[in-house]
Write a protein that binds this ligand. Sequence first.
Ligand code: NAD
Length: 490
Amino acid sequence: MLSHRDADVATERAVTVARGDGIGPEIMDATLRVLDAAGAALRCEHIDVGERAYLRGHSSGIPAEAWESIRRTGVLLKAPITTPQGGGYKSLNVTIRKAMGLFANVRPTRSYAPFVPCAHPAMDLVIIRENEEDLYAGIEHQQTAEVAQVLKLVTRPGCERIVRYAFEYARAHGRRRVTCMTKDNIMKQTDGLFHRVFHEVAAEYPDVQGEHQIIDIGTARLAAQPERFDVIVTLNLYGDILSDVAAQVAGSVGLAGSANVGERVAMFEAVHGSAPDIAGQDVANPSGLLSAAAQMLVHLGQAQVAEHITNAWLRTLEDGVHTADVHRPGHSARRVGTQAFADAVIDRLGQAPRGLQPARYRAGGIQVRTAPPVPREKRLDGVDVFLDWDEADRDPEILAARIGAAAPAGWRLKMITNRGVKVFPGGFPETFRTDHWRCRFVPWTRTEPVRFADVVTLLAGLDHAGLEVIKTEHLYAWDGVPGYSLGQGE
Ligand code: NAD
């Protein structure tokens, strides 16, 4: 329904709405009433996902008809859901994120001081987190009695997509700087790739300042001087932590919304959970879902409606009309319930905040394209063979001698490391050693590239000598540049 006088003249858009569990239905009702009063041009398709769907036997909480709706509309406004206790239930959020390719997690975080206490009133930043890759690919193995590993997967198109998204977002929202955070001083292949792609893409956006910070000092700076940051783009795990640090510093975790955006589908939700402790009491704050809904309207090209809503909401906060979680005696004027808060926002539609920075949204949905892969020469230089070995006091000299006797002609044992520390040749007896050994093999002469058949022969030799191979990693060079980390002194 288009009812507000300043509303965008927009084509009605179908959106999928999940009312969720716990406080979900209350805050969704409040949010939809505000959207309607502001003139958002939406047609809502309601789906039933979450606790009831889990208990009906859908292991990820999403029945088939809900998937159909999400895929048809391409936009999901989701209230928080409750994951039932006990095993066998898969996270609904992770399932939607992965199945629908929602590669960008977008979390704006700002200060609402003095209405919500925050030591950094000028804080106003957006964290754009890569949402699918990195340590969250969920590929883990226990390899020996003592050692478990997780695979950290970082792809060039994945990096390019999220970095481009961050620059496009900055441009579309009039933001001036994008800060990339990685740990590429340690992880030169994975985080190094993210940083390199950032560097390449930044050159295409001369109107936006690009900078890089190492994640540890970057996080410390974010906690101490958040007003220095504008847009931050980073890998999945760092972004996960950074978003919570930022929300905590802003003091506004209960007010924050987030977007999960993919090429075809986007999901918008509050950052908080379903708060079963206060469900059904009309006391929950609908602000997180409302700010997610504003992000959704911007995504749908209804930026002006989103501005009306956010500005009316800011004015409501300024007027001291507060729900219990934000209410402070002496500072707040009126303590209200969920629906009365929504009414207060509706009453202020068309008004702007007096002290807080008003919202200015310009963008519609952001589309990013990635470049096709550039062909590169790939050459196999050698192989890292990982062994499970727990004999002879874990003495690497003894292991090296056994390997030397077992390895077929043509292969040279270049080094052995234990937890990444070189222990052969020339290790220190003080180095802690576990039962997990990486043995790097290269050919004695390098006239021809190594063939896979050579690796198989090597593995057969080691196996024949009773050495337990647990995995291998091929050492590829790309256009002559090693695509693997070098050992100490290599
Ligand atoms: P929670 O965010 O639901 O609650 C933490 C505390 O914050 C509670 O005291 C709660 O009353 C309060 N709170 C949360 N939202 C509020 C609001 N809008 N207004 C006022 N107070 C609010 O976190 P939890 O207790 O750890 O989790 C409860 C359930 O939510 C769990 O089942 C969890 O799996 C689920 N959860 C869902 C999502 C999601 O759907 N995106 C996210 C987080 C947690």
